[in-house]
Write a protein that binds this ligand. Structure first.
Ligand code: NZQ
Ligand code: ZN
Length: 386
């Protein structure tokens, strides 16, 4: 187990009806709000009306920024920062999924920065200050509601990358599982895959003796495997939605990172895919992860992949290689059963831009904690996934 620091200041208000605390929580941090949301789902579901009622009841002035795209764009961040300056905004409220929350975090940092906001994602500047933000989560997937990361796409250069800093932790996040009853089956499934892949990024590193961390990781995976199909079959099943919602936060709020290192293959490669092809993050991950597991399986990694098969999928095969293969087979089968595609070709991705994808994902770096992967290895995995 590696040495670690753990810090997470986000206050969680979990459960049905927690929206009633929204205004009080906002007023702890600000007086004038930028209310950020996506393409309109919150208007259909009634969440928009509830938020507006809360703000009006407490006479909190607000300016709206709707229309945030899935895979949120730097142009929207620039627009939001401009609105903050024009209207002397001192608090950002994100109501939506990971895209809306990430965009809000980005705006919070950009509003206090004189240069172009993309500087934070291309490595020219570091996020040290930001307006305070709070979130109302409507989709269980990214963990953005309880972490300090923000993933933004540059639609001009076709890049998509993460940035972050302690200033971006939401001051509070309202997690009402009933707000996810309306998430369609495909987005529910993509969210489940995203949660599971956040776990893989740390679970599959080879540090020994992080037993507690690994056990928590396995329980998060089992929670996804149990409740994902239930949430798809019965969208209004509160127990399923509630367990998935907390799994979303736990998988990327630092808890399962402690004592482990980051593998990175799945997220770095998927971000490059969705930068170029604008696909849903969880869909890209569902395609990549099983091919990656097959590619990295060797004598050194077989024990870790076999432990995954036995502890998560209840595989009872004694041989490590055979157990690992069975675990990978069940992972792929599970994703398919939730309607996820298995190949890049199914989402319109061919062989023509793979060099560009690899370049955008890792440049010339070797990455990977479970097994080091060169750019050539990543290219080979993508070819296998075509
Ligand atoms: O835009 P609206 O109309 O709100 O519709 C959204 C969108 O079409 C819809 N939706 C959300 N809540 C709903 C709903 N539809 C019905 N009922 C509801 N209650 O779902 C669609 C997807 O929303 P989005 O926010 O894009 O999904 P997600 O939460 O999966 O976020 C994905 C983004 O987060 C990034 C991804 O790369 C991607 O850009 N990530 C952020 C991370 C972080 N900050 O820590 C880590 C992740 O690994 C990930 O990279
Ligand atoms: Zn993710």
């Amino acid at each position: 187990m590696q040495n670690f620091r753990f810090y997470n200041p986000t206050q969680i208000l979990f459960g049905q009806g927690q929206i009633e605390h929204l205004a009080v929580e906002i007023l702890k941090h600000g007086r004038k709000v930028l209310f950020v949301y996506g393409k309109g789902s919150i208007k259909k579901t009634g969440i928009y009306a509830e938020v507006v009622r809360q703000l009006n009841q407490h006479a909190i002035p607000f300016v709206e920024l709707g229309g945030v795209d899935p895979n949120p764009r730097i142009s929207t961040v620039r627009q939001g920062a401009q609105l903050c300056r024009e209207h002397q905004i001192d608090f950002i409220l994100a109501v939506g999924g990971g895209s809306t929350i990430d965009c809000s975090k980005a705006i919070a940092a950009a509003a206090l920065y004189d240069g172009d906001p993309w500087d934070f994602w291309c490595g020219k500047a570091t996020i040290r200050h930001a307006l305070p933000i709070g979130s109302v989560l409507t989709l269980s997937a990214t963990g953005s509601e309880m972490n300090s990361g923000t993933v933004i796409s540059n639609e001009e250069t076709l890049e998509k990358t993460g940035s972050g800093g302690d200033a971006l932790f939401p001051r509070f996040s309202i997690l009402d599982p009933a707000y996810t009853f309306t998430v369609p089956a495909d987005q529910t499934a993509a969210g489940v895959v995203d949660i599971m892949t956040h776990v893989y990024e740390f679970y599959f590193s080879r540090e020994q003796f992080a037993t507690l961390t690994d056990s928590i990781s396995e329980m998060i995976l089992k929670t996804c495997i149990h409740y994902g199909p239930i949430a798809i079959a019965e969208p209004q099943n509160y127990e399923a939605r509630a367990n998935l919602m907390w799994a979303s936060s736990l998988a990327l709020n630092g808890t399962i990172k402690v004592g482990k290192s980051f593998d990175g293959f799945n997220h770095l490669t998927e971000h490059a895919l969705s930068a170029v092809y604008d696909i849903t993050h969880g869909v890209g991950l569902a395609i990549l992860a099983p091919y990656w597991m097959e590619y990295v399986l060797d004598a050194e990694t077989a024990p870790a992949l076999a432990a995954f098969a036995r502890n998560v999928w209840d595989v009872s095969i004694a041989d490590n290689f055979e157990a690992a293969r069975e675990g990978i087979r069940r992972t792929r089968q599970f994703y398919t059963s939730m309607g996820m595609p298995q190949r890049l070709g199914q989402v319109g991705i061919g062989a023509d831009r793979l060099d560009e994808i690899v370049e955008k994902a890792v440049g010339t770096r070797t990455i990977g904690s479970l097994k080091p992967l060169t750019p050539a290895d990543i290219h080979r995995i993508l070819v296998l996934a075509l």
